[in-house]
Design a protein. Structure first.
Length: 234
């Protein structure tokens, strides 16, 4: 297994991620010195869980850090995940389902799109082809002219004729920013002639927001807190 502290390993297992997927992703626990070596500085050089991001071609294209003691971000809120400064947006694919991603169209298997590597790895632990984003709008990136456009990584994905399911968090229909990002992604995939784009709506738990990893973990524990549904667009 990759070098993980007990609390980091427990965190990943609580997100329903298998040992195989943990190993393939390359999660590891790091200290401040290694965080600085990788490229974080100032208050963002923290002890935490290092998350390598794997491009559509299988190569590691960047990193995120989940700090043990989150520093405050520019918005004054704790930064739960920190991306390296200057790192471009990219599509991340869990290594264990990279082959499934490329053959999904001919087998008519849906490709799930979610936000966050842990959520993608929970899906990958079930053998589900998926793409993860570092933010709900991060299926796009800024070009040299400062214009936002779909990432060039999409050229490596068989969009035309494929099935997709957008699986954002349970606030996807109540948080305007999340809903708007989801709708834009859906419309763009349809413009690129995806066969069908569905939206997975996770059950709300009052004020608690849950992700697809939380839902999978609860189902494995036998906790049926409500079935996920599709929106009227499905």
């Amino acid at each position: 297994m990759t070098p993980l502290t007990p609390n980091h390993y427990a965190m990943l297992k609580a997100s329903a991620i298998s040992d195989e997927v943990i190993e393939a992703r390359g999660y590891r626990s790091i200290g401040i010195a290694e965080a600085r070596e990788i490229g974080w500085s100032g208050r963002f050089a923290c002890c935490g869980l290092l998350i390598p991001l794997h491009r559509v071609d299988g190569v590691i294209g960047g990193y995120q850090l989940r700090p043990d003691d989150p520093p405050l971000g520019r918005n004054g809120k704790p930064a739960r995940y920190i991306t390296l400064r200057g790192q471009r947006n990219m599509l991340d694919v869990p290594p264990t389902v990279l082959d499934e991603l490329h053959k999904a169209r001919q087998e008519q298997q849906a490709i799930f799109i979610t936000e966050g590597a842990k959520k993608g790895d929970a899906l990958a632990s079930l053998g589900i082809a998926c793409i993860t984003l570092t933010g709900v709008y991060n299926w796009r990136g800024e070009d040299a002219d400062g214009v936002y456009a779909p990432l060039p990584d999409w050229e490596e994905v068989n969009i035309k004729g494929s099935l997709f399911v957008i699986a954002y968090d349970s606030d996807s229909l109540t948080n305007y920013q999340v809903y708007n990002a989801m709708r834009r992604l859906k419309r763009w995939l349809e413009f690129k002639q995806a066969h069908h784009v569905g939206i997975l709506t996770l059950p709300n738990q009052g004020a608690e927001k849950i992700g697809v990893d939380d839902f999978i973990a609860r189902m494995k524990e036998g906790r049926n807190d409500g079935e996920p549904t599709g929106t009227r667009e499905d």
